[in-house]
Design a protein around this ligand. Structure first.
Ligand SMILES: NC(=O)c1ccc[n+]([C@@H]2O[C@H](COP(=O)([O-])OP(=O)(O)OC[C@H]3O[C@@H](n4cnc5c(N)ncnc54)[C@H](OP(=O)(O)O)[C@@H]3O)[C@@H](O)[C@H]2O)c1
Length: 329
């Protein structure tokens, strides 16, 4: 089968053996995969415990072609979406030590076929075309956990989603709009801000401008909740934009660590800083349910062919995208 293979000195489409399957597993013919920044971090060698060769890709939808035991034959021919969690563990609040994410070390979705455990399969939401469904798994789950479990978002709250052009951030934005929160956004791209205002954002600002967030916050009386994945030196400006007892939920640190953090501002205003990762299997189920109920359509940036998958990665590296980058396999 054809797969995008990452090795020490190459990253290209190669012919590799089709994976073999155990009795509690199934073989899925992947139709669409989608990229997450995790894939690009691994490509750049900036991720923990990298094992090569690797087939990256945590997001995938496809058709079940073989199952490992007769009791599961009802799945044959079904369109499925794959839960990228492997061994989340018993506590829904945080992942177990053994936890892994599909697509390194296990081979991921950027290949013609993938073998996964049967309990990773969910029926593909039928209101969505396959290429849109492929965008949901990792980013939808991360946004769901950050916004609902950590942020406790509610209708009428002032919510800021930073860097809305990102794969996770656009889901946080779409989910926040769907629950009726007053949703504001930041981006480095004015066109993205305008697009999101068209989709229901109350306002937005370009974070590359000086005092951008400060000015926006002042004009609306500050935020109850900020969802961020950049951190770095922009963090103090974001924290100052929160109301007393406001929440800052972060699931990444694209800009790295802040040089200093305004601790006085945090304790005096009873601010809550909450770290978040993807989410439990139960969250994955709830996220799919939420998307079905609210007919969430992921924002897709572009759909690439597998042959052009390296160019898709380069687009993410250059921060050129708005929404999810999808790869047709
Ligand atoms: N902990 C977890 O489980 C988990 C899960 C998913 C992601 N993450 C992490 O979260 C981050 C985003 O992931 P992703 O897959 O959504 O990546 P992505 O699709 O590549 O999006 C990254 C976005 O970050 C925004 N950004 C860049 N610099 C920024 C800044 N200074 N201020 C605000 N926003 C900025 C950009 O938004 P604009 O284009 O609008 O400027 C960009 O589109 C990555 O660091 C990733 O590793 C962690």
């Amino acid at each position: 089968m054809r797969a995008l293979v990452l090795k020490q000195d190459s990253f290209r489409i190669e012919e590799i053996d089709r994976p073999s399957m155990g009795p509690s597993q199934c073989l899925v013919k992947v139709h669409y995969a989608a990229l997450n920044h995790r894939d690009q971090w691994i490509r750049e060698g900036q991720y923990a415990k990298i094992q090569l060769p690797a087939v990256l890709g945590s997001d995938g939808v496809g058709i079940v072609e073989e199952v490992g035991n007769k009791a599961e034959e009802k799945w044959l021919g079904k369109a499925v979406i794959i839960n990228p969690n492997i061994d989340w563990g018993r506590d829904n609040r945080f992942q177990a030590k053994e936890y892994q994410i599909l697509g390194m070390p296990s081979f991921g979705t950027l290949a013609e076929y993938i073998v996964v455990d049967m309990d990773r399969l969910y029926e593909q939401p039928d209101y969505l075309p396959m290429e849109e469904a492929a965008a949901l798994p990792l980013a939808g789950l991360t946004a769901y956990n950050a916004l609902f479990n950590k942020g406790k978002v509610q209708k009428g709250m002032n919510v800021l989603i930073s860097g809305v052009g990102g794969g996770v951030a656009q889901f946080a934005f779409l989910f926040s709009i769907a629950v009726g929160a007053n949703t504001y956004i930041t981006s480095s791209k004015d066109s993205v801000i305008q697009h999101c205002i068209g989709l229901g954002a109350k306002g937005g600002i370009n974070y590359t401008q000086t005092n951008a967030v400060k000015d926006l916050a002042k004009s609306i009386g500050n935020f109850d909740l900020i969802i961020d994945s950049a951190c770095g030196d922009g963090m103090n400006e974001l924290l100052a934009a929160l109301k007393p007892a406001g929440k800052f939920v972060f699931y990444g640190a694209t800009r790295g660590l802040p040089k200093d953090l305004n601790m006085r501002l945090i304790f005096w205003n009873h601010l809550q800083l909450l770290g978040s990762t993807m989410g439990s299997d139960e969250d994955f189920f709830k996220m799919l349910d939420f998307c079905r109920e609210h007919k969430i359509h992921p924002i897709l940036d572009r759909v690439y062919n597998l042959d052009d998958a390296v160019a898709a990665f380069d687009r993410m590296k250059g921060n050129e995208q708005f929404g999810k980058i999808v790869v047709e396999i």
